[in-house]
Design a protein around this ligand. Structure first.
Ligand SMILES: *Cc1c(COP(=O)(O)O)cnc(C)c1O
Length: 380
């Protein structure tokens, strides 16, 4: 079955009671039971909800996974995944990971005796160096936000598995249409469904998908015990979103390439961060494990003043955090999404004051480029 067929049908049989082709929003907290211990498989809505179940099956199918669990946010999904790790165990993390992930790991989970090492996972020797007998997880993001560092999923999986560690990949930036980490040896995929899976900037959510039954049972246990579940309405919004995921990602990818090509040639742009560019250091790895390069493009205009001018001159692009929606969003990582990252870390990663990040939306490509062109003209 092709990707779009799966996206439109997986987990979504017509409703048994009415024939509704769209999975209904089962807005209920509990379910009538026929007798003691006799029910239809649904007892209480933190534990089971048919709308949530549908989106969990849907996302699992898109990633080629056996099991899926939907959470109230991407961070809740990542937090639940880290519950596989016990006090005294060690986790290796991509060092340019999402700021919220960095904050959760270093400022909360580190209090519970979990040890973290942050390394540039695009160089496999950095991962090998940090592997220890108590390493139980390698947590990757690829490409990273906002400087688009790409990690070789198969290479990391191979060395991590030899050391007895699970590999987790945050696949938010690519979506399963452009990258399926489980096909490259990764054990667990996490998503912020807030971004491309929802795709319409109208809900917060997260997901965990995986194949290992024992780990899956634990994630399900955490989901029910801690209770950070995705609501029925938000589950329905994500189901609405995944139906057009392939079409949307194709267009994000097409415009992303055009915007990157325009920026790369522009005299006011000092540096481009885009895995689809031949000048990107991991372009070959990106080509091998991704179906496309997606809609995230970052570029450096040299100074805070120049960045401010661009960000305040755009008319179509909206100045906002987040990504992956139908509208083009533009942001300033150093003062917005990455403000909590230490200045020396920002400098090492290339998150300079002149860096601008775009989440290319689904408006007409020419209109997006014309808007950037008039904004860049103000600094050249
Ligand atoms: C947004 C994001 C998250 C966090 O997701 P929320 O839904 O905001 O909790 C995690 N990882 C990446 C890569 C993200 O972009």
């Amino acid at each position: 079955m092709g990707f779009s067929t799966t996206a439109i049908h997986a987990g979504q049989e017509p409703d048994e009671a009415t024939g509704a082709v769209t999975v209904p929003i089962y807005q209920t907290s509990t379910y009538a039971q026929e007798g003691l211990g006799k029910n239809k498989g649904f007892e209480y809505a933190r534990t089971q909800n048919p709308t949530r179940l549908a989106v969990e099956r849907n996302i699992a199918a898109l990633e080629g996974a056996r099991f899926g669990y939907a959470f109230a946010s991407g961070m809740a999904a990542i937090d639940a995944t880290l519950r596989l790790i016990k006090s005294g165990e060690h986790v290796i993390v991509s060092d340019n990971t999402y700021g919220g992930t960095f904050r959760l790991f270093t400022r909360i989970l580190a209090h519970y005796g979990i040890e973290f090492d942050f390394v540039d996972t695009s160089d496999i020797s950095n991962v090998e160096e940090k592997l220890k007998p108590n390493t139980r997880m390698v947590f990757l993001e690829t490409p990273t936000n906002p400087v688009m560092i790409v990690t070789d999923l198969q290479a990391v999986s191979d060395v991590a598995h030899r050391a007895g560690a699970r590999v987790v990949c945050d696949n938010t930036f690519m979506s399963p249409y452009l990258q399926r980490p489980l096909d490259f040896g990764v054990d667990i995929v996490v998503h912020s469904t807030t971004k491309y899976l929802n795709g319409h900037s109208d809900g917060i959510g997260g997901a965990v998908v995986l194949n290992d039954e024992e780990d899956a049972n634990w994630i399900a246990f955490v989901q029910n015990s801690a209770g950070a579940i995705l609501s029925p309405f938000d589950s329905w919004l994500v189901l609405r979103g995944t139906k057009t995921l392939a079409l949307r990602m194709e267009q994000h990818d097409r415009t992303g390439r055009a915007v990157a090509a325009f920026l790369e040639e522009h005299p006011a742009v000092r540096k481009l961060y885009y895995p689809g560019s031949l000048s990107h250091p991991q372009h070959e790895t990106a080509k091998r494990q991704q179906r496309g390069f997606g809609g995230m493009v970052a570029f450096d205009v040299g100074s805070l003043e120049a960045a401010r001018t661009v960000l305040e001159s755009v008319k179509l692009c909206t100045l906002a955090e987040s990504l992956g929606g139908v509208e083009t969003l533009i942001s300033h990582p150093a003062t917005m999404t990455h403000a909590s990252v230490l200045p020396e870390t920002r400098a090492r990663l290339g998150i300079t004051d002149g860096l601008v990040r775009i989440s290319v939306g689904l408006e007409d490509t020419d209109d997006i480029i014309a808007d950037l062109d008039q904004a860049l003209a103000k600094i050249s």
